[in-house]
Design a protein around this ligand. Structure first.
Ligand code: SF4
Length: 940
């Protein structure tokens, strides 16, 4: 079919793209300042109508900065009442399209009602490019209009002005219609089914596309070819090499004229420089893996440690035939880099056959069965926004090779995805060939099978620790390499944390909770089996009333807690706020009875679940039902453990806090317990469980030694541990490649004058050097203050500034920054490590403040108290070393290759003025140059 015919068949021959600029987000108090509408006919612009509008009151400063529309510009423009009849006439009955139409529609409806009469409705067919883009461009890091426009090659100039935005919306809509029509009927039908219980824009569009596919008899293929490229990675790597033997020495791989040099020059996939320390690193890794011990190696940036440990990892796995080597990273970035770049590189180099997989925790993967259940669910338990969030998943599912939901940014970026995510992710209870009809088409099954045969398995710290604590995910393995080892303690805190929440309790009993739609299926099965033995029905009823009781008592507990702590928290922030407690009774003294009832209902349920399982075996109940009750038993034990740990049984080796988080209209509350020193658990689950462990990172030492790191991971606990420590320096010539400027002016990072210092500096650097500059903050509040100061001065073009605001993702900021040769990136925690911007991608790095931990954080406070109670200095013993590791990580962002050059500027004057400052000075391998005036800064 021709696209023009498709448009005609879908009644989209004519449509209007429109956009408002407004004074704010709320149509009942805010007003429009601009309207633009563009009528498209047969895919071309036919007619436009745009006008500024005088809202009748001053435009807020913040809005002026975003839109550029000032009070002067609208002074002589028509009022909303004058312009509304013209808008209505222009809109007529044509279909209307906007990006995030609920917003524009709310203003359009408000205008119609206010100026055309209470009964005047918007009756046009509604189309929204935002959910369409989220679904059909699911891979884009975000789906803001500018990003989508850029993807299709449209200009972003004039962004946030109505007419330019509107022309882009119309063009994007046409491209998306074309893309939607490239999909086969089952995909479109599934989207239609997912929307059956809700009313949203685009719903009738999908129905029309489905009907057209049927009418044209295009059941297995789309109406039009797709013009959108999608590259979907695989998490299974199989290499067929031509060699039977592995090189016997690291020199043969990494040395002069070695395999790596040949492989890289042949494949032309980068440069390779021979480095003696890389060979020594490979030899050391070889030794550690061979002697079955614990090795801790610090390797400076640029050494090439990944390839150096991959070589012995593969060699031992292939020659010993004793199981795979597991490689664990902390960040997704490194996990991806290892699997998609370094593993294929070492494969090409060694040219021997081997296989590798990349695994994540089960709940990263989609469960097709649970997704099908949710789509088929008729109970109306999902909201329109939640239903809309399924569109990206359905489209992505058509392409993905891994089933890893993190690939689907379109789903993640949808606010409705939070709860839906927990309903469609893989959950152990259902994974059984007899139960799941998708079992053979599931993503987890082939991955697990491939991992059983794999020689290398790339995981993250979290999966590694979770498998060691509760084995069953990974096959047994004799060797592990833990990269980004400086994060092992944080990973351990996450792994050993116990969390008690209302939502988790509700989910854990939902299988039999009469209020949950999920229980219907099981109830029907029990009712059928109850015809054989009626005890089943009675027991099920008892379970239902216990579930009800548990829900009720949990609600009382969390409602009382909410009432108690609500006033102590700041509602304006969306991050988790923590209040430490030692005994739960400090928070609430009068819920003892509820907790007792809750726990006794859980115990009663556990007993009845065992009974019902026995009966099911007797009556030959289905595997699904038996498995479901097995799962329920596990869930109940989890409730009991989390409640007892956080509420009933305080332990002096643990720290406790209540955590509150405001998200949109909702408030989430959790009771959390964490071991103060996770070294005990690491000793038991990691160091005593795996034969050979190599822990590595660019930043493990504090001062000259490993003592602090070893003590934090628990290796001081057992004197029998033989730990082999080594250091391999970075091959970079920092003195030649970098200049270190240290601010010695008066302003501290915490002073109200500090944003001015930052802005002066950024303006000076932009004016004189025009180099990509990244500035690292320790808090979003400070970042925003500096950004606002810079923007309000108007001396730096803010389209070149990429600041980590609430809605900006790390990847989209990095993408924008890479595209601007003189961009400024302002980032917080996520940018201190795992960011690789070599050469001209980053030439100036600024640290705004030393990265000290928040000393009031319960985890930090409890650990520090322990040190102080022992009569030692917690600041020097813990606070400074922790900050030192982080500071080194931050500095490590600047010089990434031996060709890099750049400026490192530290704006925290405590490094120059406080006694402990010399400690931080020594961490930077370059002579410090103090400055108190930006003019003193010179480039290399
Ligand atoms: S095997 Fe498990 S995860 Fe996979 S589709 Fe079936 S139930 Fe879901």
């Amino acid at each position: 079919m021709k696209f023009s015919d498709v448009l005609g068949a879908l009644n989209l021959d004519t449509f209007i793209a429109f956009d408002f600029e407004t004074t704010g987000l709320n149509p009942s108090v805010d007003q429009i300042t601009e309207f633009a509408g563009v009528r498209f006919r047969s895919g071309e612009i036919d007619e436009t109508f745009s006008t500024l509008v005088n809202p009748g009151f001053p435009i807020p400063e913040k809005i002026i900065r975003i839109t550029g529309i000032t009070d002067e510009m609208v002074a002589d423009s028509p009022s909303p009442s004058e312009v509304t009849p013209q808008i209505a006439e222009f809109m007529g009955n044509d279909p209307i399209v906007a990006h995030n139409i609920p917003f524009d529609l709310s203003f359009l409806e408000s205008l119609y009602k206010s100026h055309l009469g209470e009964d005047r409705e918007v009756e046009n067919a509604l189309y929204d490019t935002l959910p369409l883009a989220r679904s059909f461009l699911f891979f884009l890091p975000n789906h803001q209009l500018g990003t989508v426009a850029e993807h299709f090659g449209y200009s972003r100039s004039g962004e946030h002005r109505a007419e330019a935005d509107t022309i882009n919306v119309g063009g994007i809509f046409l491209k998306l219609v074309e893309e939607v029509c490239s999909y086969p009927l089952p995909v479109i039908q599934k989207i239609v089914s997912s929307l059956k219980r809700v009313e949203v824009a685009n719903k009738q569009f999908y129905v029309a596309v489905a009907n057209l596919l049927v009418a044209e008899n295009h059941l297995d293929e789309g109406l039009l070819p797709s013009k959108v490229e999608k590259e979907m990675p695989s998490n299974i790597f199989k290499f067929k090499g031509s060699q039977n033997e592995l090189p016997k020495e690291a020199e043969m791989v990494f040395g002069e004229g070695g395999l790596l040099q040949k492989a890289i020059s042949v494949g032309n996939d980068g440069e390779f420089e021979v480095r003696a320390d890389q060979i020594s690193y490979a030899d050391k890794s070889w030794e550690i893996m061979g002697t079955k011990g614990i090795g801790v190696i610090e390797a400076g940036t640029g050494l090439g440690k990944s390839l150096a440990y991959l070589y012995p990892s593969i060699t031992y796995a292939l020659t010993n035939n004793d199981g795979p080597t597991v490689i664990a990273s902390f960040t997704k970035n490194l996990q991806d880099q290892l699997f998609y770049r370094e593993v294929p590189r070492i494969a090409k180099t060694l040219d021997v056959s081997f296989s590798a997989t990349m695994m994540k925790g089960r709940n990263n993967y989609i469960c097709k069965t649970r997704l099908d259940w949710l789509i088929a669910d008729n109970s109306g338990r999902i909201s329109p926004r939640e239903a809309e969030s399924l569109g990206p998943v359905i489209v992505w599912l058509h392409w993905t090779k891994t089933g890893d939901l993190t690939e689907c940014a379109g789903f993640r970026n949808n606010k409705g995805s939070g709860r839906v995510s927990s309903l469609i992710r893989s959950d152990q209870g259902f994974c059984n060939r007899k139960v799941c009809r998708n079992y053979n088409g599931c993503f987890i099954t082939p991955l697990r099978e491939a991992s059983q045969e794999a020689d290398l398995i790339v995981v993250n710290h979290s999966l590694l620790l979770s498998d060691l604590t509760m084995p069953g995910i990974l096959p047994s393995f004799p060797r592990v390499v833990i990269d980004e080892g400086h994060n092992l303690v944080n990973a351990a805190y996450n792994q050993f944390e116990v969390r008690f929440t209302r939502e988790r309790v509700r989910d854990n009993v939902s299988m039999v909770d009469p209020k949950s739609a999920r229980s219907l299926r099981l109830k029907n099965q029990i009712q059928t089996l109850g015809q054989v033995n009626s005890d089943l029905i009675n027991l099920f009823k008892t379970l239902q009333s216990s579930a009800k009781e548990i829900r009720k008592e949990t609600n009382i507990l969390f409602d009382s807690l909410t009432e108690e702590i609500d006033g102590m928290l700041d509602r304006s922030v969306s991050y988790a706020q923590k209040i430490r407690y030692f005994q739960f009774t400090e928070l609430l003294s009068d819920v003892g009875k509820n907790i007792k009832n809750l726990l006794s209902s859980v115990d009663e349920m556990i007993t009845n679940v065992v009974e019902i399982q026995k009966l099911l075996v007797e009556v030959k109940g289905s595997d699904e039902a038996i498995l479901n009750f097995e799962r329920l038993g596990e869930n109940l034990k989890e409730i009991k453990l989390s409640c007892r740990t956080t509420v009933v049984e305080p332990n002096e080796d643990w720290v406790y806090w209540v955590e509150g988080r405001y998200f949109n209209e909702d408030f989430y509350l959790a009771l959390v317990a964490v071991p103060i020193d996770p070294g005990v658990q690491l000793q038991k689950f990691l160091f005593e469980a795996v034969d050979s462990i190599l822990i590595t990172s660019a930043t493990l030492r504090v001062g000259d030694g490993f003592d602090y790191f070893l003590q934090r991971i628990g290796l001081h606990l057992d004197s029998d541990n033989t730990v082999n420590t080594s250091v391999f320096p970075s091959p970079f010539f920092y003195d030649d490649q970098c200049i270190y400027y240290q601010w010695v002016g008066e302003e501290l990072p915490s002073s109200i004058e500090f944003p001015k210092v930052v802005s002066d500096l950024l303006e000076y650097l932009q004016e004189n050097f025009q180099k990509r500059t990244m500035i690292l903050f320790t808090s979003r509040k400070s970042l925003i203050a500096c950004y606002e100061e810079l923007r309000s001065r108007g001396n730096v073009d803010t389209s070149r500034v990429f600041a980590q605001h609430q809605s900006s993702s790390r990847s989209s900021l990095l993408r924008g920054f890479r595209d601007k040769p003189d961009g400024i990136l302002m980032g917080t925690t996520a940018f201190w490590e795992g960011v690789d911007l070599p050469r001209s991608l980053l030439e100036i790095l600024i640290i705004a403040k030393l990265p000290f931990e928040v000393h009031t954080d319960p985890l930090v406070a409890s650990f520090n108290e322990r040190i102080s109670e022992a009569g030692r200095n917690a600041f020097m013993e813990r606070t400074v070393p922790e900050a030192a590791i982080r500071f080194r990580q931050g500095f490590g962002r600047l010089i990434r290759t031996s060709h890099d050059e750049g400026l490192f500027i530290n704006l925290d004057n405590r490094v120059a003025k406080k006694q402990y400052g010399s400690y931080f000075q020594k961490l930077i391998p370059v002579t410090m140059r103090p400055f108190s005036n930006v003019n003193e800064i010179k480039f290399l």
